[in-house]
Design a protein around this ligand. Structure first.
Ligand SMILES: [Cu+2]
Length: 396
């Protein structure tokens, strides 16, 4: 209701302003000798200078933006291929920036130089093949080189050698969280299908597949430094996008198909925290947090916790109301720490067995000879078998 009132007030204000300008125009009739609709030399001069002013605004704002917010850009990449991506990005920026500075300058300079003047006559100029060839060939060659370099970089990044020793991890996206599945000792992920989701098996892993036996499901991602990590991505519901900004990696997660991306982390979390630019960034964030905390405490609230840097996996597709919060902590360990961390995790098979054991009443609690509970158990087992069979047929 309030918003409707605000809209009505705004519309009435706009109408009032419009009427006022009309009244002002009427009061000016006959008072000025120059009410011609044709631009005079003076008008053209003023327009020319205003255009120059706009050009200065573009240049000054660009320089101001670079100085003020330039440090917010991602800094050192934390993956091997990140250098290649950053290089491509930097070349593209330098090209765009140079061309934009020159063409904008020329555009406004010529608008000023050839502004309307009573003593000048327009020159009829049909075309020039030479000029057209120059401004077609130069951009084509430059763009072709850029695209070829981009294709080379992309193919390099996406190529995973079948015989290479890689760490296989599945990333499972759903509204609004990430779950990771490690392939276990056999380094092969078991089959999975959303139709098999049941109880603790939230990823629908096919437990009848031999490769699933040692799969490990976790909600915090640990990866080893210096080893290629091969991610296979699935989505349960809508389009998501697995985005690792510090590793310069991003790939869509599409329901009904498996997408992939592989990279080699080059800094452990601890090493990345120690980089100079990161220390500076964290100190700056904590300074802001401390200032905000003083304000909060004065109002009777609680102080903010200090910030510590962590790599993150984010969702980079607007996938619903809580999309902004769809993230998972990523920890890059030394290979030894990574092995130790993984060895402490239970397998999905163990989790399922534990959940089943917890579900069943302790042995001996049922009265002896209670045939009705036995019948119920048998019926449940038959239903489970039929469900599994139906799911398998449906998968085919
Ligand atoms: Cu998402």
């Amino acid at each position: 209701m309030t918003s409707l009132l605000v809209i009505i007030v705004l519309v009435l204000l706009a109408v009032a302003l419009w009427q006022l300008t009309k009244i002002f125009d009427l009061t000016q009739v006959g008072s000025s000798s120059d009410d011609s609709q044709v631009a005079s030399d003076n008008d053209n001069n003023v327009q020319g200078y205003i255009m120059f002013g706009f050009l200065a605004f573009i240049y000054i704002f660009t320089i101001y933006g670079l100085l003020k917010w330039g440090n917010l850009a991602l800094h050192t990449p934390a993956s091997e291929h990140g250098l290649l991506v950053d290089n491509l990005m930097n070349i593209t920026w330098v090209l765009i920036f140079t061309v934009q500075v020159i063409t904008q300058g020329l555009l406004y300079w010529f608008s000023f130089k050839y502004k309307g003047n009573k003593d000048k006559k327009a020159l009829f100029f049909a075309d020039s093949n030479k000029l057209e060839a120059i401004w077609s060939i130069i951009p084509s060659v430059v763009l072709a080189i850029l695209i070829l370099y981009g294709l080379y970089a992309w193919n390099n990044i996406m190529f995973v050698d079948k015989d290479e020793d890689v760490v296989e991890i599945e990333l499972y996206a759903q509204q609004f969280k990430w779950t990771a599945r490690y392939a276990g000792n056999d380094n092969t992920l078991g089959k999975a299908n959303v139709r098999l989701i049941e109880g603790v098996n939230t990823l629908g892993v096919d437990m009848s597949d031999k490769n699933s036996e040692d799969d490990i499901v976790v909600t915090e991602l640990h990866i080893p430094k210096g080893k290629k990590v091969h991610f296979k991505m699935r989505s349960q519901d809508v389009l998501h996008s697995a985005y690792f900004p510090h590793f310069r990696a991003q790939m869509n997660c599409v329901p009904g198909m498996v997408t992939e991306f592989a990279f080699v982390p080059t800094y452990t979390t601890a090493e990345y925290r120690e980089l100079d630019f990161m220390k500076e960034k964290v100190a700056h964030i904590n300074k802001l947090r401390a200032e905000k905390s003083v304000e909060l405490v004065a109002k009777g609230g609680t102080a903010l916790d200090p910030y510590t840097f962590d790599y993150l996996l984010l969702c980079n597709k607007i996938c619903g109301a809580s999309h902004y919060n769809m993230q998972m902590k990523v920890v890059v360990d030394t290979p030894e720490d990574y092995k130790k961390w993984l060895s402490e995790k239970t397998t999905l098979a163990q989790d399922i067995a534990a959940a089943k054991a917890a579900e069943k009443p302790a042995e001996g609690t049922a009265p002896a000879g209670d045939s009705s509970s036995k019948v119920i158990d048998t019926v449940k087992a038959v239903v489970d078998t039929v469900k599994a069979a139906v799911a398998k047929v449906a998968m085919k």
